[in-house]
Design a binder for this molecule. Structure first.
Ligand code: PLP
Length: 421
């Protein structure tokens, strides 16, 4: 766009303004913010609503699951997810319905009690710092903000967080106690960490109680046949001499039901002992009936894969639509660059520097809700004001097309306005 003459830009601006006025006149009410499954996807797990069924309340060992107990979760369910998550069953816990809840609680426990290898609770440090690869997941950042944990943004590369930046920060700043990582189909970029990057992250010299918050939310959420080989972060960390560094989180929120799924925690034996000890004062055991329901629905690893193939059939056309519409509407003007993820839930769009807030505001005024610009950065502060997270899963395909077309008009108008300013 910025190679055009002022006259050309003025003509384009007039054109985009007219398109935008027509868009506003349509009085749309559409939403591109919701990173959640559509009702059609939720229907795939409809069986859960009638499982486990009357009289079905025992696990394979014959334990009555209606009662208290079983703090580690149902062994059958843990063994289904041990493979995809690459965590040995003995070191994988099946817990409540939310992995975010677990991440929050682990941070609070680390603040109050410290973690294995630590010399004191994190709250007794003058400063606690987390590394935050950007663009990233706003709810990770919210936990840090809530508890006064300082965040340092780390740029993402195509194979994960920039390892040189991470290594040099860890080597020079002992206040760094944690790092957010979404290793597979990152939110929102879709980046999959390479083995090289994972080896860097587990081996870089750091504080002894430094922890990788390994949020493997999208491990089985493929959109293509090109499956990344799941990496065994726990084994790689043990090999590198830091067995307690990774804390693995995952859930079935986007496999079955986000409101009634099952969350998992995996780590070294020392960290598992630590979390089990902390949880024993918090709960007398998770919802094992819900876990039994999940075992009955998903059955085994192949069952999870078959189930996720149905999700893919619904989601692939939506992700293709994002790419096709941006190619048609933005690419001819050199506007925007966006990811075409091979899995996960989001597309990350970069518009021209300084234009993201304006584009989102224009879209909002035309009745198209888009995730606030800046949300993908710590403190909501995108220094280049350019990144926007697109969530294509929830709207129906037709509605998605209308919303993306309208949003593209907003981006084009914002970019021409900025060039003429
Ligand atoms: N982690 C990431 C990277 C996510 O994108 C999300 C939801 O969007 C979550 C965690 C939430 O997980 P849960 O539903 O298990 O709390």
């Amino acid at each position: 766009m910025n190679e055009r003459s002022v006259d050309e830009l003025r003509a384009l601006h007039a054109d985009f303004s007219a398109q935008y006025d027509a868009l506003v006149a349509r009085g749309l009410k559409l939403d591109l913010t919701r990173g959640k499954p559509s009702a059609e996807q939720l229907d795939l797990s409809g069986g859960l609503l009638s499982l486990p069924g009357e009289g079905q309340f025992r696990d394979q060992a014959g334990t009555d699951l209606r009662n208290y107990g079983g703090p580690l979760g149902l062994p059958e369910l843990r063994s289904i997810f041990a493979g995809p998550l690459r965590v040995p069953v003995a070191q994988l816990l099946a817990l409540g319905n939310s992995s975010l809840n677990l991440m929050h609680d682990v941070i609070v426990q680390a603040l109050l009690h410290g973690v294995p290898d630590g010399v004191r609770p994190w709250s007794r440090e003058d400063t606690v710092t987390f590394l935050a690869p950007v663009p990233g997941y706003d709810r990770h950042f919210s936990i840090c903000e809530r508890y006064g944990i300082r965040m340092i943004a780390v740029p993402m590369t195509e194979e994960g967080p920039d390892p040189e930046v991470v290594r040099s920060l860890l080597a020079t700043d002992p206040t760094i106690k944690g790092m957010w990582c979404v290793p597979v189909y990152s939110n929102p970029s879709g980046v999959v960490y390479s083995e090289r990057i994972v080896r860097e992250l587990v081996s870089a010299p750091a504080a002894p109680d430094f922890r990788l918050f390994w949020d493997n939310a999208y491990a089985v959420h493929h959109l293509t046949d090109a499956r990344p080989e799941p990496l065994d972060v726990l084994a790689l960390a043990a090999e590198a001499g830091h067995p307690n560094r990774p804390l693995v989180f995952a859930s079935t929120s986007k496999v079955t039901y986000p409101g009634s799924g099952v969350a998992f925690f995996g780590s070294s034996p020392a960290n598992i002992d630590w979390i089990v000890r902390n949880m024993s004062v918090q709960t007398i055991g998770p919802d094992k009936i819900n876990q039994l329901r999940h075992v009955q629905l998903l059955r085994d690893e192949a069952g999870v894969e078959a189930h996720m193939a149905h999700h893919r059939a619904i989601l692939e056309p939506k992700f293709n639509a994002v790419d096709a519409i941006f190619r048609e509407r933005l690419a001819p003007f050199g506007a925007g660059s966006w990811t075409a993820p091979a899995g996960g839930y989001f597309v990350s769009l970069d518009v021209a520097d300084g234009c993201a807030r304006r584009a989102v505001a224009l879209a909002g005024q035309a009745g198209i809700a888009v995730t606030p610009a800046g949300a993908t950065f710590p403190y909501g502060d995108d220094p280049r004001d350019r990144n926007i997270r697109i969530a294509p899963t929830f709207p129906a395909l037709e509605e998605l097309g209308t919303a993306l077309g309208g949003f593209s008009t907003a981006v084009l108008l914002a970019e021409t306005e900025a060039l003429l300013a």
